[in-house]
Ligand binder design. Structure first.
Ligand SMILES: [Zn+2]
Length: 260
């Protein structure tokens, strides 16, 4: 009995951490039915209806809306949508649309690929493992890559979009080493968050990623961009809005973080 209670509690906590609403829906399902098949079926139906229909209708009450994807602005995977990790404020949506429009104009055929954004409800509710993605005003964007023949591509290496580091060269400043030496063991933890890799032959496209950063930095609403210091100097990004996120965060040489 007590074991069963803790198993349910663990499932509720995990679903809440990963999807925000899943824990509550699971609780409703186990309160209505006593047998496992009906509980599971109820949970799945409730969850799908919520993600696809109810949550997008309710999120505007909390000042959030799903990222408005189009030909030039996409999510890395449908999983981000299915876990409710694709919510932003209207202002952030407009900023993303401006960025992706301009990026596609400058580099025809290229897309802006969004990773984790925010949950739909409650300011202050964090989207773990990100510390600050809790108010609709933050979003992570994937780097741009190229084929071995140097032709640009929209493909990425990591399945999740995280965890493939464009690490510092020997002559570059290495915050990953410094943070690790200072005891921040979690700094490189996203290496375990790739959920697999494909297109391993792809190379970091410094030129196009720099172009994307420049377009992001032009946005009037932009407050800060986080990218690892060695990439900031390698790509010659001198703008004061490009900041170091601190050793207590995770390394940012696998994606760009922006906030407005
Ligand atoms: Zn971020």
């Amino acid at each position: 009995m007590i074991v069963r209670f803790f198993v349910h509690l663990l499932i509720i906590c995990m679903l809440t951490v990963f999807t925000q609403i899943g824990g509550v829906l699971y609780l409703i399902s186990i309160l209505i039915f006593r047998d496992l098949p009906r509980r599971l079926l109820t949970f799945m139906v409730l969850y799908l209806m919520s993600v696809l229909i109810i949550v997008p209708q309710l999120a505007p009450i909390f000042g959030r809306e799903p990222i408005k994807v189009n030909d030039d602005l996409v999510l890395r995977s449908i999983v981000y949508r299915m876990l409710n990790r694709n919510y932003v404020t209207e202002e952030m949506n407009n900023t993303l649309l401006n960025i992706s429009d301009e990026f596609a104009q400058k580099y025809p055929g290229m897309k802006v690929v969004c990773l984790d954004a925010n949950f739909p409800f409650f300011t202050g509710f964090p989207l773990l493992p990100h510390r600050s993605h809790n108010d609709g005003r933050k979003v992570d964007i994937a780097f741009i890559y190229m084929q071995p023949d140097r032709s640009p591509t929209n493909k990425k290496v990591s399945v999740s979009g995280y965890g493939i580091f464009e690490g510092p060269a020997e002559n570059e400043k290495s915050m990953p080493s410094k943070c690790r030496a200072a005891g921040y063991w979690q700094y490189g933890i996203t290496r375990y968050a790739t959920f697999g890799t494909w297109n391993k032959e792809l190379l970091f496209n410094e030129n196009y990623t720099r172009g994307l950063c420049k377009i992001i930095l032009k946005q009037p609403a932009l407050q800060k961009m986080f990218i690892e210091p060695h990439l900031k100097s390698r790509m010659k990004l001198s703008d004061a809005k490009v900041r170091f996120h601190g050793c207590a965060a995770v390394r940012h040489d696998d994606h760009i973080h922006i906030q407005i």
